[in-house]
Design a protein around this ligand. Structure first.
Ligand code: KIV
Ligand code: ZN
Length: 513
């Protein structure tokens, strides 16, 4: 069977999209989960873009052993050096360097002639090859580039030492027929094409990213670049879970193997959604919460008689409902640890104890602690950065009545250890809380987006709040869960402020190289 490499760019192209900013601990959690999922390559970030990205790529390269880790670099030496410094510890150092090749990008963005673009690409690939064993060269906006020019630049990149050639549809303009035909043409016309991997990288502006990636594979691409839940710039990238499951379910037609451990799909999707704050649409293929729900009577009847009447994918294939719930309010620490480990969480004793005490509190108040609740509690502990002094919520109290002005009293402990308490009003309870908190944290806060969802089902479900705000001019997302949505909202607000403080301390204290 033909093997296709899965190149995951959730932490680079995905993280680059509006409203997402993951901290280092969260990026490492996602990378570890991608490794469990079995992706071939993890693009961990763009090291030259910020000290935070550099740090994350470096730690991921040190942590991940079973997937190749790469970093993005413009076709300039300093970017390639930044990737090298971050990744040289890895067993198979890989760099992904790119330059734009379409007429519009070369003329208006780069302000360069086609010949000087080739010159810069060759210099960058040669320099990269002097350090890295694996060098991927990307022709940004490749689909809208002139075919003859593409052949010229790819020939030169292969001669200079590139091991992978990526031809992205950067703006999501291609149709499957055209994108497939381009790969066939390049495979047939580039010198040395048989000695390199060809890679597809599709954006979803016209909703065709997955179809285009598959067309490329059918026409000679050996690798697809994609993201979990399809997150990414604008309309996003090709969704990894859709590609992986399509190749598996229609193996009879495609004859393709990806090496993915499909049972990890659900968990990876949920982790990425929780940590990025990007909600999965309910009808999303493969991972949406309605992907396996049968609503109409005729369908339900058919499924009861034989699931295959309407179900082409079984929920178990992607790991849905894989771990049965056995924990209750009488469960002890050992059983809790055992469950956490079975679910793939590796927590220090201190973090596990904290998660256990949160679990006990929840089990006292809630009839049933669900699998989703456990994932929420354990993930919160896993990505919490306890060793930095930050704002903590002491208490929050809200007075609300249809005839009263909503009033919130909040008390926080500041990073300096001081307890501050204030009261404010607002046009609603949430606004009153946010108005109070904005006076308690020094700095200017603007709320950009705010959302509350329930974790699981039932009237006693945990409420999860996600808030996107700007703090002292920087946009940041925070989230937290609690049984009461007002408490979850207050904690999510402080979580956002704390994340910004952490980012700020990295910005100030750590230069890139
Ligand atoms: O979409 C794109 O062209 C990219 C490149 C940097 C590979 O993300
Ligand atoms: Zn892209």
């Amino acid at each position: 069977m033909r093997k296709i490499d899965i190149f995951d760019t959730t932490l680079r192209d995905g993280e680059q999209s509006a409203g997402i900013n993951l901290n280092t601990a969260e990026k490492i959690e996602i990378a570890k989960q991608l490794e469990r999922l079995g992706v071939t390559i993890i693009e961990a970030g763009f090291p030259a873009s910020s000290p935070g990205d550099f740090e994350a790529v470096n730690l991921i390269a040190k942590t991940v052993k079973n997937s190749i880790v790469t970093g993005l670099a413009r076709a300039v030496k300093s970017d390639i050096d930044a990737v090298w410094e971050a990744i040289k510890v890895a067993e198979q150092p890989h760099v992904h360097t790119f330059i734009a090749t379409s007429p519009i990008h070369m003329e208006y963005k780069l302000k360069k002639t086609p010949d000087s673009v080739i010159e810069q690409a060759v210099e960058a690939v040669k320099y990269a090859k002097s350090k890295f064993s694996l060098v991927e060269f990307s022709c940004e906006d490749g689909f809208r580039s002139d075919r003859n020019f593409l052949v010229r630049i790819i020939n030169e990149a292969i001669k200079a030492g590139a091991t992978t050639i990526n031809v992205p549809d950067t703006v999501g303009y291609a149709s499957p027929e055209e994108y497939g035909a381009l790969f066939r043409y390049l495979r047939e016309n580039c010198l040395g094409a048989d000695n390199v991997k060809f890679s597809a990288h599709c954006h979803d502006d016209l909703g065709m990213a997955v179809a285009n990636s598959i067309a490329a594979v059918q026409n000679g691409a050996d690798q697809v670049e994609c993201t979990i839940n399809g997150i990414g710039e604008r309309a996003g990238n090709a969704a990894l879970e859709e590609l992986g499951v399509a190749f598996h379910i229609r193996n009879d037609f495609y004859g393709i193997e990806t090496g993915l451990n499909l049972k990890e799909i659900k968990r990876t999707s949920q982790l990425v959604s929780r940590l990025t704050g990007v909600v999965i649409q309910p009808n999303k293929a493969v991972v949406g919460k309605n992907a396996f729900a049968h609503e109409s009577g005729i369908h339900q009847d058919g499924v009861l008689k034989n699931p295959e009447t309407y179900e082409i994918i079984s929920p178990a294939l992607i790991g849905e409902g894989d771990v049965p719930l056995v924990l209750g309010k009488h469960s002890g620490r050992a059983a809790f640890r055992d469950r956490a480990e079975k679910m793939g969480f590796e927590l220090s004793d201190e973090k596990l104890n904290k998660a256990f005490s949160e679990f006990k509190k929840l089990a006292d108040r809630k009839k049933e602690v669900t699998e989703d609740d456990l994932v929420t509690l354990l993930t919160e502990q896993q990505v919490s950065i306890a060793d930095v002094s930050l704002f903590a919520l002491n208490s929050v109290q809200v007075q609300y009545g249809t005839e009263n002005i909503p009033t919130a009293t909040a008390s926080v402990i500041t990073p300096e250890g001081e307890t501050r308490t204030l009261v404010s009003t607002g046009s609603g309870s949430v606004e009153a809380i946010f108005n109070t908190l904005s006076q308690l944290v020094d700095g200017e806060v603007n709320i950009l987006d705010y959302r509350v969802t329930s974790v699981g089902k039932g009237k006693d479900a945990l409420g999860e709040a996600v808030i996107n705000l700007s703090y002292n001019g920087y946009s940041v997302t925070g989230r937290d869960a609690a049984q009461d949505v007002l408490e979850a909202s207050a904690k999510a607000y402080l979580n956002a402020i704390n994340r910004q403080l952490i980012q700020q301390s990295i910005r100030v204290s750590e230069p890139v190289l």
